[in-house]
Write a protein that binds this ligand. Structure first.
Ligand SMILES: O=C(CO)[C@H](O)[C@H](O)COP(=O)(O)O
Ligand SMILES: [Fe+2]
Length: 228
């Protein structure tokens, strides 16, 4: 089964004072998901938004809210984020001890879609048990920059992780996040990524709709080659 492109503008690059209208603008430009970066100032050296902001945004949109949890204790966020209206809940594998089965179960029982993310320095093998579990994650997010800030440079070496995942799991949603845009999408899409997070390249473009459409076309084209 072919995986479908999901283009997810990172709202970290939006004007937070106008979050609802910024979100609607991205959806009107063709975004599939809205990527919400939740940081606790501890797992990463930056502090962004949490459940109250997700709850406020949810009042203005029915869109899929793809929440990326850069927090030390993801379990503490499951219930507040579910109540707030989050759709996807992607935690970092580096935060886990042996409690991932409970975490995945809690995310699903709260009606959200679980995903797991890896920092650039973390071997991709660490997510295999979570993808192969009886109760698995449904997406793997490969970080292509060090988590914490938008506007950083894409790390091409991370494409080895994407290629390994795509070969091993042909129908898995594989998301890439950090430094994606017109100059880096080809390498990411041909490695097998289908969920594309893009912050500065979309929000900073004179015509964001054109960038979103270019990202989507690259994934569609690459997927056709990959499934042949
Ligand atoms: O998770 C993130 C940072 O930790 C952001 O989603 C990411 O950096 C997107 O921004 P950009 O496309 O500008 O790199
Ligand atoms: Fe992110």
């Amino acid at each position: 089964m072919a995986v479908t492109p999901k283009i997810a503008p990172s709202m970290l690059s939006s004007d937070f004072a106008n979050l609802a209208s910024e979100a609607q603008r991205m959806l009107d430009f063709g975004a599939d998901w809205l990527h919400m970066d939740i940081m606790d100032g501890h797992f990463v050296p930056n502090l962004t938004i949490g459940a109250p902001v997700i709850e406020s945004l949810r009042k203005h949109t029915k869109a899929y809210l793809d929440c990326h949890l850069m927090v030390t204790n993801p379990l503490d966020y499951v219930e507040p984020l579910a109540k707030a209206g989050a759709s996807g809940f992607t935690f970092h594998v580096e935060t886990l001890k042996n409690d991932w089965e409970e975490l995945i179960q809690r995310i699903k029982s709260h009606g959200m879609r679980p995903g797991v993310s890896v920092k650039p320095g973390t071997p991709i093998e660490e997510v295999f048990p979570l993808v192969e579990a009886e109760n698995p994650v449904e997406m793997v997010l490969v970080m292509t920059v060090e988590p914490g800030f938008g506007g950083q440079k894409f790390i091409p070496q991370m494409m080895d992780k994407v290629r390994i995942l795509r070969k091993k799991y042909p129908s898995l949603d594989i998301e890439v996040d950090g430094g994606l845009g017109p100059s880096t999408i080809e390498v990411a899409a041909s490695a097998g990524a289908n969920c594309i997070v893009a912050g500065s390249s979309v929000f900073g473009a004179p015509e964001p709709a054109q960038v979103i459409s270019l990202l989507r076309n690259s994934v569609e084209k690459a997927q056709q080659t990959l499934i042949q």
